[in-house]
Design a protein around this ligand. Sequence first.
Ligand code: CA
Length: 229
Amino acid sequence: MSKILIVEDEESIAELERDYLKISGFDVEICNNGDEGLLKALKEDYDLLVLDIMLPGADGFEICKRVREEKDIPVIVVSARKDDIDKIRALGLGADDYMTKPFSPSELVARVRAHMSRFNRLTGVGKQANDVIEIRGLKIDRTARKVWVEGEEKTFTAKEFDLLTFLAMHPNHVYSKADLFREIWGMESLGDDVATVTVHIKKIREKLDDTTADPDYIETIWGVGYRFK
Ligand code: CA
């Protein structure tokens, strides 16, 4: 079971976060003090950290910075401060995400899941032989996160890779842009976000040398979405 450490001095918030994460299947510990939180985060093996910024003892920035020097686990910073500068600072110190309080606990759960699965994919948890998909001249190594088209390696961004791999693993299945957004970005689409999917599909097609008119891989199903051949 994945283990999460919450460092948060407001007990009611910490407990609410813990309860939601627990019913979602995570093992959760709470620390109400920054110095203790830092020690625990460094010493024990957690799969993800949720850090408040304003804490007694070391603050969330300090913890994030110190943890980052030794570990690459996902870190989500939560804060009551709405300043963009805090967000920029947290992300600059290596946090993976920043959330402003108050937020809905289910939003936190969604982000925790997204960061964890992304991290697990990146580090190839459960190592066996590399997991490779090969379809008509396209080769996707899911373990190494590499793609070759007709033997030539192509560079994909993380989201392009995730999107291509998801479609390739579900051939002959039509997905709407909203489906793909939810699947790959780990959150519900708010409408405009589907344009993000369109842009990524376009980039993927360019790299695959795929055309809309006569596609080898990704077909556009007009008015519905996309289908991998
Ligand atoms: Ca606080």
